[in-house]
Design a protein around this ligand. Structure first.
Ligand SMILES: [Ca+2]
Length: 140
């Protein structure tokens, strides 16, 4: 099934990418040449990941394919979390286009990276201050 629409337009995706990249750097709200090239490389990397996990080459990620993607980054989807992802990133015809895939995976990657950096004992639990939680939320 082809994905006829996404929940994020191209401009929105680019803005989210820029925001993501800027939040990872010095917060100067500017991209230098090196950072811009890194942005392009990141988009290319996500494109390759999208094509890799789009097993049926439908140009969209279905729920089974999403499960494989998320497992590849170290997370096992639970039912409640899967429902949230579907409601947030899937179109009414149950597919996830490339731009939604990028937004979803970028957010998941940042959150998982944050969590793993705090889960030093690898117990699956961390303590987070309200300020850290709000910062994480606003930077994504
Ligand atoms: Ca597919």
């Amino acid at each position: 099934m082809m994905c006829s629409q996404s929940s994020v337009d191209e401009y929105g995706m680019f803005c989210r990418f820029l925001h993501f990249m800027l939040s990872q750097k010095d917060r100067s709200d500017q991209l230098n040449y090196e950072e811009f090239m890194k942005l392009l490389a990141t988009i290319e990397m996500w494109k390759n990941e999208f094509m890799k996990y789009d097993a049926d080459q439908s140009q969209s990620i279905d729920i089974y394919e999403l499960d494989q993607v998320v497992k590849s980054i170290g997370y096992d989807l639970g039912g409640q979390f899967l429902s949230l992802l579907i409601s947030r990133y899937y179109t009414p015809n149950h597919c996830m286009a490339f731009d939604d895939f990028v937004c979803c995976m970028t957010k998941l990657t940042v959150i998982l990276r944050f969590f793993k950096s705090r889960d030093i004992t690898n117990q699956g639990q961390i303590a987070v201050t309200l300020d850290e939680l709000l910062t994480l939320h606003l930077c994504n």
